[in-house]
Design a protein around this ligand. Structure first.
Ligand SMILES: *Cc1c(COP(=O)(O)O)cnc(C)c1O
Length: 315
């Protein structure tokens, strides 16, 4: 199996991120809840995409790219962070955003305008069409370009979350559960593969915040990432634990999600977001209520960021 150090990586993030016990939340819920602060990765407003971009943009740079394309919804944290990181590395970001969610110049759209980012809206949900449009635009520009998929979720991007699992394995605490939001699947896949290889006592549960078939997407990404790492560990459906927390739809806040955002803000002074981490934390609370965590078990919540999206919402 290959070592993570063999892969080209640009150091973009402030890593490792801290892990702390959430004292007030643990008391309130009656469960030991820890939080890994991947919202504090140190670029833009922080968030999980920085870890993926360390590998993706290293690849882009190695291939001589001058332009970096990516896509997502109008308030995509991934798109905003790709713009921030590509700029920092001297490559020009171009975003092809879907007209899904809040398109006004608020939240991440506002941050993109501060960075003077080139944004095109594209009126389709079909990623095939979006990637074809990137090719058309890239060829028209006549510059070497690099395409990053939605959410940075391919095998290379997943390495960022394999690396996160490696960090978790080095803190000297055994977590019985690791919880994250599942949006395009790469965070979940990287953590689940990392847990399988490095944290065999930790069960990873992804809280689905979109209605995509993650029971197929996550194991596929895990296999592709294992292949990249030249590991022949078999991945089965048993390795993937999901809970549907999408509520009324992707990027549409849910009541439970918003209640979780408020609870964590009030108890811990930590801001979750309404699209991903609020819904994911609401899933954790549901699991507590169902008795999914045995007494004394340690639960690690990975805070994947999303602060930009918080400001696109009405209060
Ligand atoms: C993208 C994102 C996620 C989901 O991560 P995926 O790897 O796309 O599943 C979770 N939280 C935040 C804040 C995000 O921006």
């Amino acid at each position: 199996m290959r070592d993570l150090n063999e892969f080209p990586r640009v150091r973009l993030g402030v890593l490792p991120t801290r892990i702390r016990r959430m004292e007030q939340i643990s008391r309130t819920l009656g469960v030991n809840v820890y939080i890994k602060r991947d919202d504090l990765t140190g670029i833009g407003l922080g968030g999980n995409k920085v870890r993926k971009l360390e590998f993706l943009l290293a690849d882009a740079r190695a291939k001589g790219a001058k332009v970096v394309f990516t896509t997502g919804g109008a308030q995509s944290n991934h798109a905003m962070l790709t713009a921030a990181c590509a700029n920092k590395l001297g490559m020009k970001p171009i975003l092809l955003l879907k007209k899904r969610g809040v398109t006004a110049c608020k939240g991440n759209r506002f941050l993109e305008s501060l960075m003077d980012t080139e944004v095109h809206y594209i009126d389709t949900d079909d990623y095939g069409e979006i990637y074809a449009e990137m090719d058309r635009m890239g060829q028209a520009l006549g510059l070497p370009y690099y395409k990053i998929p939605c959410g940075g979720s391919n095998a290379l991007g997943c390495l960022g979350y394999y690396a996160c699992a490696e960090e978790i394995s080095q803190v000297g605490i055994t977590f019985d559960h690791i919880i994250c939001a599942t949006g395009s699947g790469g965070t979940h896949a990287g953590l689940a593969l990392g847990a399988k290889l490095l944290l065999p006592r930790s069960k990873v549960t992804g809280m689905a915040v979109d209605s995509d078939p993650f029971d197929e997407i996550v194991p596929r990404l895990m296999r592709q990432t294992a292949e990249l790492l030249e590991s022949d560990i078999p991945i089965t459906s048993e390795d993937v634990h999901l809970r549907n927390m999408c509520g009324p739809g992707y990027a549409i806040p849910s009541e439970e999600g918003n209640a979780a955002v408020r609870l964590v803000a009030q108890k811990e002074g930590i801001f979750l977001d309404p699209v991903y981490t609020g819904k994911a934390f609401a899933g954790l609370i549901e699991m507590v209520k169902e008795g999914a965590f045995a007494s004394g078990e340690k639960v690690l919540f990975v805070h994947t960021g999303g602060a930009g999206g918080l400001f696109a919402l009405e209060a």
